[in-house]
Design a protein around this ligand. Structure first.
Ligand code: MG
Length: 412
């Protein structure tokens, strides 16, 4: 079974750039698709796929996934960048889709079969005040969710432009750098002192209004100083968080040991990791509890399964990154891994719109806070190229420039 054609398909049905790779084989009608969604630089990923993958892939054996993965991984010599990793993920997931279709099985069967009947997920509760966050949590509870991530001030990429995760209490205010005309008008402001004060207040009110049963999570998004994170997490222990996500930026990795020894809150970490090797040392030292990975960022199912299996030896569970800028193909690939990995932890979920479902037939579905995959051969998600073409991608990246009061850039 040879690869006959490779191409990128970009689409943005909800305004977030999504990219998938489509691989056709010389077996009539047998093709696969994989997620390569790096929303902030989508057009560069499309170029990497369309300019470099056909020559590399066409004529190769589509069955040899591990070999193809390694061959492409080292083919540029310099590696581990987000653009090529995402392109590689598209190739990898498409090949797994093809293999499962060829085997006439849902993908989870090839990964070892089901460890659970469905995938337990969390929803995103957010709002401008603790009361609004609690109301949002209650809506998820009414839908049957057992886990909710709480963020005051918004949790979507779009909300970064209105002040970001850490913009609590500062929305609408005019920080000094703006008064001084420093930076660009679209730059956002984070008042870390206001944020550090607001998060425990939010947890306190949500616990009071929503009770002890619901599992609560929160994403620090790597934006605070290590010592402030330690103090915050100690304060949050009384609210029994299910996990605290991305407490430290990758540049602050040397603080892991001190953070871990200072608090008992569980951590989810790794959203900004590029390479599975980055997980080895923190796992061996039990620095975190949940593997937080943007699966396309590290190169797809093949490397993600290796991290998941490694986690089993150290009692570290999976918590794949599943926001709106992961395509439904990526969400489905993750759900198949979630079904098959014993050390599954929790899955981030989004609600797919009708538009998205038209572009991507076979999207996973949600019921009572559980995600179900489309039980057909492959990963279950297809792409309607005609519908996809109605929503072209663009090169307008979301605003990730967040500054302190004096204008200093804050690393996410
Ligand atoms: Mg995060």
């Amino acid at each position: 079974m040879k690869i006959k054609n490779v191409k990128a398909i970009g689409t943005a049905p909800e305004g977030l750039n999504l990219v998938v790779v489509k691989i056709e084989t010389d077996v009539p009608g047998l093709y696969g698709i994989g997620c390569a969604s790096f929303t902030q630089r989508a057009e560069v990923v499309v170029t990497a796929i369309n300019k470099y993958m056909p020559d590399f892939c066409i004529g190769r054996d589509a069955d040899n996934i591990e070999d193809l993965w390694h061959a492409f991984y080292v083919s540029s010599y310099w590696r581990n960048g987000p653009v090529l990793n995402n392109a590689l993920s598209g190739l990898d997931e498409a090949l797994w889709d093809i293999k499962a279709k060829k085997a006439n099985m849902p993908l989870y069967q090839l990964l070892g079969g089901k460890c659970r009947f469905a995938v337990d997920c969390y929803g995103h509760a957010s709002g401008p005040t603790p009361e609004a966050v609690a109301e949002s949590v209650q809506k998820f509870m009414e839908q049957g969710y057992r886990h909710v991530r709480i963020q005051q001030g918004g949790s979507s990429l779009m909300n970064f432009q209105k002040g970001g995760y850490g913009g609590v209490g500062t929305l609408g205010s005019n920080p000094d750098f703006k008064e001084a005309g420093f930076g660009m008008p679209s730059d956002t402001f984070m008042d870390d002192k206001a944020y550090l004060k607001a998060v425990p207040e939010m947890f306190d009110l949500v616990r009071k209004k929503c009770g002890e049963e619901i599992e609560l999570m929160h994403d620090i998004h790597e934006r605070c100083q290590p010592m402030d994170v330690i103090n915050l997490c100690r304060h949050l222990e009384q609210y029994r968080p299910f996990n605290i996500e991305d407490p430290l930026s990758p540049e602050n990795r040397s603080w892991w040991k001190q953070l871990r020894e200072s608090t008992t809150v569980p951590f989810a970490m790794g959203e900004l990791f590029n390479n599975i090797n980055e997980f080895v040392e923190p796992m061996m030292n039990h620095y975190f509890d949940y593997i937080r990975v943007h699966v396309s960022q590290i190169g797809g199912i093949t490397p993600a399964m290796k991290i998941a299996r490694l986690g089993e030896w150290f009692n570290v569970k999976t918590a794949w990154h599943g926001p709106g800028d992961t395509s439904p193909v990526g969400h489905s690939a993750q759900a198949h891994m979630d079904l098959a990995c014993w050390n599954f932890g929790i899955q981030e979920s989004v609600i797919f719109s009708d538009k998205t479902r038209e572009v991507f037939p076979g999207c996973p579905t949600m019921k009572n806070g559980y995600m179900y995959v489309n039980e057909v051969p492959g990963h279950g998600v297809d792409i309607n190229e005609k519908e996809a073409a109605k929503y072209p991608i663009d090169n307008k990246a979301p605003g990730w420039t967040v500054r302190k009061r004096d204008g200093t850039i804050i690393r996410p």
